[in-house]
Design a protein around this ligand. Sequence first.
Ligand code: TXA
Ligand code: MG
Length: 350
Amino acid sequence: MTILKTWIVKAENDRVEEKDMKKLGEIIAAGGLVAFPTETVYGLGASAFDENAASMIYAAKGRPSDNPLIVHISDYSELDTVVREIPKGAELLFSHFSPGPLTVIMKKADTLAKTVTAGLDTVAVRIPSNPVARALIKASGVPIAAPSANISGKPSPTTAKHVIADMDGKIDAVIDGADCDVGVESTIIDMTGDKPVMLRPGGITYSEIKKLLPDIEIDRHITEAVTVKDKPKCPGMKYKHYAPDADVTVVEGKLSEIREKIRQLIEDERKNQNRRIGVLAYDGGEYDADYIIYSGKDNRSYAHNLFRDLREFDENGVDIVFAEFVYDVDYGLAVKNRLYKSAGDKVIHL
Ligand code: TXA
Ligand code: MG
């Protein structure tokens, strides 16, 4: 792959200077790649109408070509440029949760580049709330196809620093904006079947959606991640993901029991090996570890910090990580999905 000089453009207070934003829009319109902040994670964007540009996204990330991209629009009025029809439920979802961390699967319009949807007849669409993301879409004049801006398999980037670490020299520009608010990706809802189905848990919780669409179902690949081995409807769910270099083990159960178990695991580890031990804990966990990251008091803050924390263990030379996890149906679902994958399904259930 040719090495590019990546242009780093500063966004102050969620705003990029007008002349720079114009140039960034031109880069996208001309078939280039620009990484940008969103409220969930940083995205790696290209024109959703440009076959070649979309395939460059797969190359820059090292992403398998059967894993489709999310198409980002700046306003609901642009939706009919990317889909064939808008189901009633989809309209309802967008009117409540957009702009925001929600993605809806619908039947795709023929105008979209085939590489964007990986040959599927459906497309995933999202209206981000981050002002920089929306300004970039407007400046480009086209819908922007964007996966998370990380190398495939690594934790998603929630700061510009993460993006630069993974993408410098591979893409045309990075917008260096604020750290991401939500910290995990958007919630994906499939509206192409008889009933709405949640394909990926994320920034909008199951309970919030259930209030609006009472017949919402949760895809089994989310709830039974370890046991279900058939092909998921959301292609990305089948890949190894979010993995730091450190070896992660999740311990799930009641907090007091988790802590006792992890203390014992650390003791055993110290006896047998000379590895640098990390712990990812909710506030208050006390351990004799080499590196502890406190990730907040509940799963909402755990989700907000998770990807950054996973990268931080690597930056600090940690070899093995024990992660506390207490399940709940809302942010817990989003944390569980990422944490289990970062551990390659190495989970101790108490
Ligand atoms: O928050 C987000 O959604 C971020 C930001 C950048 O917007 N984007 C993101 O993209 O998470 P990515 O590529 O990392 O994840 C997209 C997921 C993948 O698991 C993919 O398989 C799924 O969406 N997907 C895309 N199109 C689909 C479709 N037509 N049907 C089912 N799943 C689809
Ligand atoms: Mg991703």
